[in-house]
Design a protein around this ligand. Structure first.
Ligand code: NAG
Ligand code: NAG
Ligand code: NAG
Length: 770
């Protein structure tokens, strides 16, 4: 049953009309067999069978993630194996066509897409292991819980996330932060190296150097890495100003023990498990705290919103623009909240295409909050994309690029979160925002979007380096944090520590962009070691999902938002735009979505915006008023941008491990060890003293002997060598001197260790934290 033939024969029974293609297998010449006409038939054959196999795979996977049991897992892995055999068969065939001679660009494009068969290219044994590994990693993440001392155990969603979002007690935050990483990262650490190894094998079987290269290939761009770098550089001033401002506000709240105004921010204080977006600490950082924004979550709760209503609300937005409503199956089969029947489920929010007419679903453990409402809008963007391109070939049923897939829903959330829209939908009551309230609003958006910039970039930057071997297995965790907190080096003459006006901003970005790795400016709140694996605490890493799409989408969504706003006739600042009800904008968006991945995204983008490149212009326009405000505020406070003091001081020493003679030990163990060492060296000291006396005595004796016993055989031995007594004596003194020096060294070392531990303990600094 290992042969793909078995599967194909079964499928053939379903699709008798495909026989003609197979019949030609009889007596073809090679050229004939791999002609363009044959290719078209081959693709047709693929199309019909792929839909069936894919649909079964999606159903099995869905069954597993919405009902995690061993049987469902086995079933899923079975379907995965079938899909792999299927892909292997078609991928291998697709590679045999010499597409350079083909005329139909669609045939060429489809065949070249079919050639990348991802993990299906692995030999059966490796594939089995790889699948097992992936399932293990994801299950480890999904099943992880953090237990209270004697109380219950808390899962990530919703409990730990809730703590991270709402708690302002740094001890509790630390408990959740560290607990989650202990629960997940440490499980993944031992297997991640194997995962990297097998992933690279996958890439190589597909003709790429490593997995990072395979992932990047989805963007059909030779300049992707440079372009990303460029985008990041353009956005960095915005991030650095937000970072400095938020650091100042946290300093006011938590005080100087926790926040160093010239250093990175401890990662557990930002309202999110990964500090990837900071919207949850808006109350701590509001520019105008006496004019707090209305609490939409509270209003939703008063209005008795239910998860289903939130999906209906998002659906309404799309239909108001004349786009497609979510199909009936969607409402029946989606998982819109965490089941209460005791099923174990994977809560991570995701949208699903089942490759069957109008079968699309969302899986989300929805809570009635405004954050989740916006997240639902985002997911409904995926559903809209699925619906729009479902008449295309299976091969084209994906976004123009992964970034487009993410951007669609986010475009809608940009409108949906505007004051104008929320007011119109009855989720706000205040009619107008004055300029101060507007600044509060913009900061709220920035905490979601701007704070996300470095994180969304560095997750894959990290993995690309892991895959290509730049980051070695022994330093995974260290390098992860280096990406997060390494200082922005400035040229010494650069006066940017205080003045941050517009001219400086440009200089600023040049200086930073040229020599700096890309960082969040965060540090771990407790020491980390290489037993930890903090990247693994983020879903997309154990789930092996690429991440840079979110970074690109962040830029792209503003670019598209601007185009749609202009089309809808919006005038005024970009952040006030709401494209609700705009049929014109709806049509433009629809034209984009309908194309799926049938054309390179650059072309799609050009048709829609007139520009072939992703550009930060719209994003910078959107946040321009906020940036001006932040710059002024930071200058007023004398805040510096960046984090020149990039070491993290760890206040919580109690739980930390100690490095003792190069091994890890509990602090009290190490303390004991030091005392043992000390007493040992005392013993040594007395031994040496004893030796001195004995030597002295012997010397006197032998001198006497020398005078008495003249002219006998040399009777003294030194280290087994016979020699004259006076020679032996001299050598003995030499040895003694050496012993003394050694002993002094020992004592010196001890004194050093002791003073270190009483002053500032060496273990309060992590070994690799410079
Ligand atoms: C979950 O899956 C098991 C099979 O492993 C099945 O017996 C059970 O009915 C499923 N539960 C639900 C609620 O679908
Ligand atoms: C897809 O095809 C179906 C059936 O032909 C049609 O009803 C539907 O409108 C098409 N969908 C789109 C998005 O074009
Ligand atoms: C688009 O990007 C490419 C590569 O980065 C660059 O060469 C080109 O000049 C850009 N085009 C426009 C119109 O900005």
């Amino acid at each position: 049953m290992d042969l793909p033939w078995a599967l194909l024969l079964v499928l053939l029974c379903y699709h008798g009309q495909l026989l003609p293609w197979l019949r030609t297998v009889g007596e073809p010449s090679l050229d004939e067999f791999y002609s363009e006409a044959q290719a078209k038939m081959f693709l047709q054959f693929y199309e019909q069978t792929a839909q069936v196999v894919l649909n079964e795979l999606m159903e099995a996977t869905w069954n597993y993630v919405t009902n995690i049991t061993r049987r469902n897992q086995e079933n899923m892995m079975q379907k995965e194996a079938e899909w792999s055999q299927f892909m292997l068969y078609f991928g291998t065939r697709a590679r045999m066509f010499r597409i350079n001679h083909f005329l139909d660009p669609d045939v060429k494009r489809m065949l070249s897409k079919l050639r990348n068969i991802d993990k299906s290219a692995l030999p059966t044994k490796d594939l089995l292991e790889y699948n097992k590994l992936l399932t293990y990693m994801e299950a480890a993440y999904n099943g992880a819980e953090v237990c209270l001392n004697e109380g219950p155990c808390l899962p990530l969603e919703p409990d730990l996330e809730e703590i991270m979002a709402t708690s302002r007690d740094q001890k509790e935050l630390l408990w959740a932060w560290q607990g989650w990483r202990d629960a997940v990262g440490r499980q993944l650490r031992p297997v991640f190296g194997d995962y990297v190894h097998l992933s690279n094998k996958v890439a190589q079987y597909n003709g790429y150097e490593d997995m990072g290269a395979l992932w990047r290939s989805k963007y059909e761009s030779d300049t992707l890495e440079d372009d990303l770098e460029q985008l990041y550089t353009e956005l960095q001033p915005l991030y650095l100003n937000l970072h400095a401002y938020v650091r100042r506000s946290l300093y006011r709240f938590y005080g100087p023990e926790l926040i160093d105004l010239r250093g990175p921010i401890p990662a557990h204080l930002l309202g999110n498990m990964w500090a990837q977006s900071w919207g949850n600490i808006l109350d701590l950082v509001l520019p105008y705290p006496d004019k707090p924004p209305e609490d939409v979550t509270k209003i939703m709760k008063i209005q008795h919103w239910k998860p289903e209503k939130m999906f209906e609300e998002a659906n309404l937005f799309f239909t108001s623009m004349g786009m497609l409503p979510a199909p009936p199956t969607f409402w029946i089969k989606s998982m819109m909240q965490k089941p209460v029947d005791g099923r174990e489920v994977e809560c991570h929010t995701s949208s699903w295409n089942f490759y069957k007419f109008n079968d699309f679903r969302v899986k989300k453990c929805t809570e009635v909050t405004v954050e989740d409402l916006l997240s639902v809008f985002h997911q409904m963007g995926h559903i809209q994309y699925f619906s729009q391109y479902q008449n295309l070939s299976v091969i084209y049923q994906e976004g123009a690029s992964p970034a487009f897939e993410e951007a669609v829903g986010s475009i809608i959330t940009l409108s949906a979160s505007s004051h104008k829209h929320l007011l119109a939908r009855g989720l706000l009551s205040q009619q107008h925002l004055d300029s101060e309230e507007e600044m509060n609003f913009l900061l709220g958006i920035a905490l979601e979007k701007i704070a996300f910039i470095p994180f969304s970039y560095m997750v894959d930057l990290f993995r690309w380096k892991v895959f290509d071997g730049t980051i070695q297995k022994s330093v995974y965790n260290q390098e992860w944090w280096n990406l997060r907190d390494r200082v922005s080096l400035r040229s010494p003459g650069y006066p940017g520590t205080h003045s941050v006006d517009q001219a400086d901003l440009e200089l600023n970005s040049q200086v930073l962009g040229s020599k700096v790795l890309k960082y969040q400016g965060l540090c771990p709140p407790v020491p980390r070691s290489e037993d930890d694996f903090d990247p693994g605490a983020k879903f997309h890493i154990p789930a092996s999902l690429p991440y840079v799409r979110y970074f690109l989408s962040l830029v792209l969504q503003f670019q598209l938002h601007e185009v749609l706003c202009r089309a809808s006739g919006h005038v005024g600042p970009l952040h006030r735009c709401d494209i609700y009800n705009s049929k014109v904008a709806g049509r433009i968006l629809e034209d984009l979505l309908k194309l799926g991945s049938s054309r390179p995204w650059q072309q799609v983008l050009k048709e829609m915006t007139g520009e072939p490149n992703i550009s930060t212009k719209a994003l910078l326009t959107y946040f321009k008023p906020l940036l001006n405000w932040l710059v002024t505020e930071n200058v007023k406070q004398g805040d510096i941008l960046g984090w020149p003091d990039f070491s993290c001081s760890f206040e919580e020493k109690v739980t930390s491990k100690v490095s003792f003679l190069g091994t890890e030990a509990e602090p009290d163990q190490a303390y004991l060890g030091q005392w043992v060492l000390l007493s040992m060296s005392f013993v040594m000291f007395f031994l040496i003293l004893a030796l001195v006396f004995r030597l002295h005595y012997l010397e006197k004796q032998s001198l006497k002997k020398d005078t008495v016993v003249v002219k006998t055989m040399p009777s003294t031995y030194f280290l087994g060598i016979a020699m004259e007594p006076h020679q032996a004596v001299r050598k003995q003194w030499l040895l003694l001197g050496l012993c003394f020096i050694l002993m002094l060294c020992c004592i010196g070392l001890l004194i050093w260790i002791l003073t270190q531990s009483t002053g500032k303990a060496p273990w309060t600094k992590d070994e690799w934290q410079s």
